[in-house]
Every structure is written in C-alpha cells, then in structure tokens.
Design a protein around this ligand. Structure first.
Ligand code: ATP
Length: 236
C-alpha cells in the first residue's frame, strides 16, 4: 500500500528551479533511497515532502491525504518526520531531554513507552541518557537525531545524509540501525551520497540528476547500472 506519493513536483529557490517535475512513490514498510551527486535536488525533494519548502507545482500525498500545503510542524507532529542533515541535536540538553522534545506532543505514558523502545534500539543512548548531547560523538549524535524522530511514532521517516561527515565505524553503526528499523517495519526515505550505505538499507532507489529522476528501480538493478557505478560506487 502506498503511504507517500509525490507527483509532478516542481520546486526551487527564488527564480531558480531545482526540481523539474519529480514523481516518487513509497509503500508502507519500504525503505527507498534517493541518490545523486551534489546539487541533484535530493535535499530539495526531502524538504518539499517535509513541508520546509513550498513546491511551485505538484502534490505530496501522505496517508491518502493531500498534504502539499500542510505546515511542516504539523506534518512532523502527525508522523511525517525529517531527520535533517547535520544532526542538529540540542547540544546543551541531555540525551533524555532531546528524546522528550521529539515526543513533546504525546502523553507522558506514550513518551515513556516510546523512549524505552528507543533505548532498546540504541543501547549507547541508554548508557548516556543523562549526558549532554553536545558531548556525544558525531555518530552518537546521529543516533540521537534518529531516536528523537522515532519519538513521534512516525509513519514515514525522511533522513537527509545521515552518514555525512561520520567516521567509517559510525557510518556502519548508523547503517545497521537503519537496517534494524526496516526489519521492524519502519518506512524510510533515505538521501545519501554514500551509495554503498544507501544500498544496504534500501530495497528501492531513485537516481536524481539535475532535478530529474533519471533512473529508478530495485537497488539490485541500480547497483549494476553503469551510471550509478561510475558516479557513486567509485568505479569507471
Ligand atoms: P547535496 O548533496 O549537495 O545536498 P542535493 O542533491 O541535496 O545536493 P539540493 O541541495 O537539493 O541538492 O540542491 C538542488 C539545487 O538547488 C542546487 O542547484 C542548489 O544549488 C540549489 N539550492 C539548494 N539550496 C538552495 C538555497 N537555499 N538557495 C538557492 N539555491 C539553492
């Protein structure tokens, strides 16, 4: 069943058009990756889905409803949640308080239940629950940013370059956590420049190039496509 559908999306900044009519479909329980080089439009697409950019044309349908003009804050509260690039945890607050903020609109009991699940998924965060978020490593902060998104009990999680700037070990850890979320039934849309990491997590992918989808399909097909191999897997 389709949970998220983007149709004919055109979006940009000032007068510069960055997306020229993008279509995207995500089924419930599926992990989809958006790959492409710098400036291909991946972040613009994710922000349009999250409501941080108002598209010029086209529609975003989520859970069967047209949410194209729904405010970003409401989308996030309703369960269409973005984990932005650069992590952006509240550095001065503890791990526990960061999680609490992710579930601010839920009841105390729901928050307690969900944070127990998040700590179960991320034992490292559990050990550090009273530590200030700013003192965590980059990889741990990324886990916290993901954990905070999960506190909203999202139906779709949008992730913008979760592996960006992380050490290889942390990339592997974040990738493993995303795989576990998929095993537990989460629906993910993952933007990555690291195609190796993206292909481990996702079942299906879209290759963007200069604001257009130039290729889409199961990751096994993308992996063997000459354009993907040349551009993103470091092969010629
Ligand atoms: P990256 O991997 O570098 O984040 P991306 O695929 O996410 O790349 P976008 O950030 O969506 O690409 O950028 C798409 C196009 O929109 C690019 O040409 C970029 O220069 C332009 N763009 C992005 N953000 C802005 C902005 N705030 N103002 C003006 N132009 C922007």
């Amino acid at each position: 069943m389709t949970v998220l559908e983007v149709q004919g999306l055109v979006a940009g900044y000032d007068r510069i058009e960055a997306l020229h009519g993008v279509d995207l479909t995500v089924a419930r329980g599926e992990a989809v990756t958006l790959i492409g080089s710098n400036g291909a439009g991946k972040t613009t697409l994710l922000k349009s889905v999250a409501g941080l950019i108002r598209p010029w044309r086209g529609t975003v349908t989520w859970e069967g409803r047209d949410v194209t003009s729904r405010a970003a804050e409401r989308r996030s509260r309703d369960g269409l949640v973005l984990v932005p690039e650069g992590r952006r945890v509240f550095a001065g607050l503890s791990v526990a308080d960061n999680l609490r903020l992710g579930g601010y609109h839920r009841s105390r009991a729901e928050r307690a239940e969900t944070s127990a699940e998040v700590y179960d998924l991320f034992p490292k965060l559990s050990e550090r629950r009273h530590q200030q978020a700013g003192t965590l490593s980059g990889g741990e902060q990324q886990l916290l940013a993901i954990g905070r998104a999960l506190m909203a009990r999202p139906s779709v999680v949008l992730l913008d370059e979760p592996s960006l700037g992380l050490a290889p070990k942390a990339v592997a850890e974040v990738t493993e956590v995303l795989c576990e979320l998929v095993r537990r039934g989460s629906t993910l849309v993952l933007v990555e420049q690291n195609a190796h990491a993206a292909f481990k997590v996702a079942q299906r992918g879209y290759l963007l190039d200069r604001g257009r989808v130039v290729l889409s399909g199961p990751v096994d097909e993308l992996r063997t496509d000459a354009r993907v191999r040349a551009a993103y897997l470091g092969e010629t």
